[in-house]
Design a protein around this ligand. Structure first.
Ligand code: ZN
Length: 387
């Protein structure tokens, strides 16, 4: 730096802390305030007149650091009602402050630290000592967002995630409320989510399922995996046994098991799972006449172990792209004759109703086509998910 630059540095109308921060990348053991003091001292020792500016008149920070105590008190008060282990603070300052700081830092070699970084760190230290909680950079339970321009404090509370398996003992229950059935108020999601949200004192809930069964299909056997997410919880360590007990004794036809706390990353994992499934299906003839059992059994023998081709069924074609899927029927046989009841074991993603009906030729071959009669499923249960 030449003498003119050094003179310019000494006469900048910036506070000691902000002058120190211009060179934050040198002298790692120092705070910016200490670095600024050392800098002022050296400049004066070299005979330069230093413009000692109070923080409130500083061209960069405009006294923002003097307000940290007030912010910290308010943050601590807002955090009081939450149970959490770790938190992080993120500050937004006005564009003018950022641009002004950048301009001054660039002039002296761009070796500085952003004011936001120092604000976050200093505020984190004060809040941390007030509330005795850890300041954590990666995946904190609570993110405190401060906007110094508009003087706002927002809390972003990490959701809690609870893994489990559910059994659905009813034929009138959609899995989530995103499937629109105007006459249905209850869903698997609401029966598990409402009590979970109440216990965690959260603001919302979402059920993430490892696939789903149709509204009129029961989910029996070992149950289907799910993760229930409770958004903005005040309580993070809810009693999972109590949740299980509440749901299982609510008389709403849902039973949950194997509950444990999970993480956000496990949501996409269970959503992507592709398990073979075993079904029990009671079948009837479209025309109401008795099923021709001899031809039915021939059809089942033929289908056993075969690959079928299923074009996207008409009933779901609005929400899924139209393509032909190959699925193997791993096992299919008659369990009982009266009423005709099949056990079907098939690869993940097989449309079982269409395997029986044929879906006007869109599923090929089908039980209907092979047995020469128009059949459909009367009642369907998932009896095992093979995981
Ligand atoms: Zn300053």
């Amino acid at each position: 730096m030449d003498l003119d630059m050094i003179q310019e540095l000494a006469s900048e109308s910036v506070c000691t802390r902000c002058r120190g921060r211009i060179f934050a990348s040198s002298g790692h053991e120092m705070t910016n305030g200490e670095r600024g003091n050392a800098l002022n001292f050296s400049l004066e020792a070299l005979g330069f007149k230093v413009n000692i500016t109070g923080e409130e008149n500083c061209e960069i920070c405009h006294g923002m650091f003097l307000e940290l105590g007030g912010y910290a008190g308010e943050i601590a008060r807002r955090l009081e009602s939450y149970e959490f282990k770790t938190f992080l603070i993120g500050t937004t300052v006005s564009k003018d402050i950022i641009e002004n700081e950048k301009r001054i830092h660039l002039k002296y070699g761009d070796r500085g630290e952003s004011i936001k970084k120092e604000l976050n760190r200093e505020l984190g230290k004060i809040v941390s000592s007030k509330i005795k909680k850890e300041f954590e950079r990666s995946d904190p339970d609570i993110m405190v967002k401060i906007n110094t321009e508009f003087m706002t404090i927002d809390l972003q509370i990490k959701s809690i995630y609870i893994y489990g398996t559910y059994r659905k003992l009813r034929r009138d229950l959609p899995q989530t409320r995103w499937i629109k059935y105007s006459e249905i108020k209850e869903t698997v999601e609401s029966i598990i989510g409402e009590p979970a949200m109440a216990m965690a004192r959260g603001k919302n809930y979402f059920l993430h399922g490892a696939g789903r069964e149709d509204v009129d299909v029961r989910m029996l056997g070992n149950g289907r995996e799910f993760i229930i997410e409770v958004a903005s919880p005040e309580i993070r360590s809810i009693d999972l046994n109590e949740l299980k007990h509440t749901v299982n004794h609510s008389g709403q036809g849902i039973e949950i098991e194997n509950l444990k706390f999970a993480t956000k990353s496990e949501v996409s994992k269970i959503k992507d799972e592709k398990y073979h499934k075993k079904y029990r299906a009671v079948i009837v003839r479209d025309d109401g006449k008795p099923v021709d059992m001899e031809n039915l059994e021939k059809a089942l023998n033929y289908l056993n172990g075969k690959v079928i081709y299923q074009r996207t069924p008409l009933r779901v074609s609005a929400s899924r792209s139209d393509l032909v899927r190959e699925r193997r029927i791993l096992n299919i046989f008659l369990e009982s004759k009266d009423p005709p009841t099949l056990i079907i074991e098939a690869e993940a993603g097989t449309y079982i109703k269409e395997l029986v009906s044929g879906d006007s030729g869109r599923t090929n071959p089908s039980v209907s086509e092979l047995s020469g009669q128009r059949l459909k499923i009367g009642e369907l249960d998932v009896i095992e998910i093979e995981r």
